[in-house]
Write a protein that binds this ligand. Structure first.
Ligand code: SF4
Ligand code: SF4
Length: 358
């Protein structure tokens, strides 16, 4: 990117196989809010023009205009393409189309989302896949689905590069965590403005600082896990691994971040982690609410250690819950104080009215 970008379109399509849940989720973002970015309140960011059908106030033609201009290469500023929803395989249908956006002006036929990706992705400054459907296929990509649904990288290729030479940026979650999306977008906007280095991504194209740790590592209930103190049902504050939590092996940060404005975060508030940010979601985590296979082994191995540690900690906890016995209002000092300067004692006794140590 030679010159910093001063103005930028965000063209956001949720016309993949989607429920629009990621857009709805992002409206709850706080760090920063979508309003702060769009209204230009954050210093240094390019001026943003956002086109998202759920948030749009334009009519259909006005809304589609920048998409058509982006296809024609006549948009007056560069654009970031945000894709929400999984991409169907249009090669496997017997007729019609799986999902599309707008109609062909000549044939009046709907234009598959795949065609829009073919047109726009290579011209975009960056392509962001938002939510687990767009990143890896998600629920639409489950075993047995008829659409051949896949993620954006499965469709465009995992080595795809945007017009600015950037890989696809995957921000998974079902739905995406609002602040995870806005924080990544802000990083990218600062990057194209020449203020940030290139976003660090892992091999699944996720921002490393957001997905580098497991849910378990940040969980409010991890202390219970370590002591092998497991919930028997969902009405418990204890570790939920035996009632279906996959947190120990899932890359996600919501236990540390909370969900909205720091509050919530699945296991923190009683929801088992079902691995919704993961490329293997949902099939590799089903059936939900059963004890995960690895958890049986680790929980069993923890039992003797956990029982011993709980007992020892209970004893120590009892000790530290009592004040030392020398704190009293008796006639003598019983702290065991040992003066290193006995010559100073008479002076001290004078000052304290004769109340020296024994
Ligand atoms: S509830 Fe889940 S994430 Fe939390 S400590 Fe237990 S296994 Fe780990
Ligand atoms: S804790 Fe688990 S279920 Fe909740 S958002 Fe993270 S990956 Fe999804």
């Amino acid at each position: 990117m030679a010159e910093p970008i001063k103005e930028l379109y965000i063209l956001w399509t949720s016309e993949g196989l989607s429920c629009d849940g990621d857009t709805v989720s992002v409206t709850a973002a706080m760090q920063p809010t979508i309003e702060e970015v769009v209204l230009g309140i954050i210093p240094g960011l390019p001026k943003i023009k956002l086109f998202n059908k759920v948030l749009a106030y334009e009519n259909a033609d006005e809304f589609m205009a920048p998409f058509w201009k982006a296809k024609a290469g006549t948009l007056d500023a560069p654009f970031v393409l945000v894709v929400e929803g999984s991409i169907p395989n249009e090669n496997v249908k017997h007729g019609g189309f799986w999902t599309g956006m707008a109609s062909d002006p000549v044939t009046k036929q709907p234009i598959p989302i795949n065609t829009w990706l073919d047109w726009l992705a290579p011209k975009a400054v960056a392509v962001i896949a938002v939510g687990t459907c767009a990143t890896y296929g998600g629920i639409h990509g489950m075993a047995g689905n008829p659409t051949g649904a896949m993620g954006v990288a499965d469709y465009l290729g995992w080595d795809f590069k945007s017009a600015a030479g950037l890989p696809i940026i995957n921000i998974p979650g079902c739905p995406v965590h609002p602040d995870n999306f806005m924080e990544t977008l802000t990083w990218l906007l600062r990057q194209v403005a020449g203020l940030n280095p290139i976003i660090p991504l892992d091999q699944e194209l996720r921002p490393t600082w957001l997905f580098g740790k497991t849910i378990h590592e940040g969980c409010d209930r991890a202390g219970y896990y370590e002591q092998a103190d497991f919930a028997e049902n969902y009405n418990s504050p204890k570790c939920q691994v035996k009632v279906g939590c996959w947190g120990p092996v899932v890359n996600c940060n919501v236990t540390k971040r909370g969900w909205m404005n720091g509050i919530g975060g699945c296991p923190n508030v009683g929801g088992i982690c079902i691995g919704c940010t993961m490329p293997g979601f949902p099939d590799r985590f089903m059936p939900f609410m059963d004890e995960p296979p690895g958890a049986t082994v680790s929980a069993t191995m923890l039992q003797p250690y956990g029982a011993l540690i709980r007992r020892l900690r209970s004893m120590t906890n009892d000790t530290v819950n009592h004040e030392p016995k020398w704190r009293h209002n008796g006639p003598a000092l019983t702290t065991g104080y040992n003066p290193h300067y006995p010559d100073a004692l008479p002076v001290f006794a004078q000052l304290t009215g004769g109340n020296s140590h024994d």
